[in-house]
Design a protein around this ligand. Structure first.
Ligand SMILES: Cc1ncc(COP(=O)(O)O)c(C=O)c1O
Length: 388
């Protein structure tokens, strides 16, 4: 795979490239926002999809057992986690999965903890389901690094939290939570009887350190844990809408599956199954090359910004292909920062405040794109910076 290859995505109904004007009300923006990649999926995935097309019959489908064992082999190899194939429930996306988890296991008004700044749909999920937001703000510990505020976390649990939605690894701050940090979370959840939804969609995009699936912790053994995973970020398959939830306990899984049935939510797309299985069985070498490529892009962004735009600060992500940029030293209001990025920078980043109040003054940059694209984005940012 040649990750330097530029593949045109304009006029392909790509959200990242073709919804720019709609979203930002500006033309000629350089898209470094939506969290997908400008790379083709691994070759074995493309072949598996071709096979489905050649068969040509698109009748009702169910995900095969072999997909379950492909996931089991993958989690075993990558995380040393032996997931039982029957403990997997398929879902059409992690956000829909979390929506159904919230509805299956909490009631209107119940408190749910999220750790902010965080992936913005978490806020929308709580709002649209009328749950009470319990915000556990992450602490900045210097040099762009964030940590969990455990004192506040315990306070939020005392406020009657029913559930915590972990983002592990964390989007947008790029942390790979350490085993010690996750153990502390597990101990608190056990003490206060809080169910854990662990969104581990970025678990395969690890740049530094080691991902620990929350459910593998000894300290989590008495907890209700639902782990959300997917091949979508890892292999760039988001549009195929396949994800899954792994349960550590049968009754919890059954309750969730009843919730899916009640809402007529199922996974039945032969393309999704074929792509996911091919990716997990034959995509590992591709992923390793991708990780090296992303790390090089991250290093490039960090070096250039440090040298050429020293008032912007880059938190080096330990995971994900998303970089959390700190513009606070420019002393602009959130509105001014957004306008400056659009008008002067002509670049589309995700606005920091959408990730929560503490994201104000930040923006998120996606570097899962050929180097030439990253260079273009940074050139634009530099032009704007030089005019300050
Ligand atoms: C933490 C997190 N969860 C979920 C998603 C989206 O998942 P899906 O497209 O499967 O709903 C994203 C996408 O960026 C994400 O970053």
């Amino acid at each position: 795979m040649n990750f330097d290859e530029i593949i045109e995505r304009r006029n392909t109904n790509s959200m990242k490239w073709d919804q720019l004007e709609n979203k930002y009300q500006h033309t000629d923006l350089w898209p470094m926002w939506v969290a997908d990649m400008d790379f083709q999926a691994p070759q074995p995935v493309l072949e598996a999809l071709d096979n489905v097309t050649r068969h040509g019959i698109f009748g009702y489908h169910h995900p095969p057992h072999s997909l379950r064992t492909a996931i089991q082999d993958w989690t075993n190899r990558r995380f040393g986690w032996d997931v039982h194939p029957e403990n997997i429930a398929f879902t059409p996306g992690v956000v829909p999965a979390i929506h159904h988890l919230i509805n299956a296991f909490t009631d209107e008004g119940d408190g749910i903890i999220i750790q902010t700044p965080v992936y913005y749909p978490f806020f929308a999920l709580l709002r649209s389901n009328r749950r009470t937001l319990l915000e556990n703000r992450l602490l900045e510990s210097g040099d762009g690094k964030y940590e969990i505020d455990f004192t506040d976390l315990e306070e939020q649990m005392k406020n009657g939290a029913k559930m915590i939605i972990l983002c592990s690894p964390h989007n947008p701050v790029g942390r790979v939570w350490s085993e010690a940090e996750l153990k502390k979370v597990a101990e608190l959840c056990t003490r206060y009887g809080v169910m854990v939804v662990s969104d581990e969609i970025h678990a395969d995009i690890i740049l530094q350190g080691k991902h620990t699936p929350f459910a593998t912790l000894e300290e989590a053994k008495d907890l209700q844990v639902a782990t959300c995973m997917a091949p979508s970020k890892t292999f760039n398959l988001a549009a195929l809408e396949l994800s899954y939830v792994i349960f550590n306990e049968k009754e919890t899984q059954k309750k969730f599956e009843r919730q899916l049935q009640r809402n007529f939510t199922s996974i039945g797309n032969p393309y999704s199954s074929a792509a996911a299985e091919a990716a997990y069985r034959h995509g590992e070498a591709w992923l390793e090359t991708l990780l090296t490529y992303i790390q090089a892009n991250v290093d490039y962004v960090k070096e250039r910004i440090e040298e050429e735009m020293p008032m912007i600060h880059v938190a080096k992500p330990e995971a994900t292909y998303l970089i959390w940029l700190d513009f606070r030293e420019l002393n602009m209001s959130q509105d001014d920062l957004q306008n400056w990025l659009r008008k002067e920078g002509r670049i589309a980043l995700n606005d920091g405040h959408t990730f929560g109040k503490t994201g104000s003054g930040f923006a998120r940059m996606n570097v899962a794109t050929p180097r030439e694209h990253v260079v273009e984005g940074l050139n634009r940012l530099k032009t704007a910076y030089d005019k300050l």
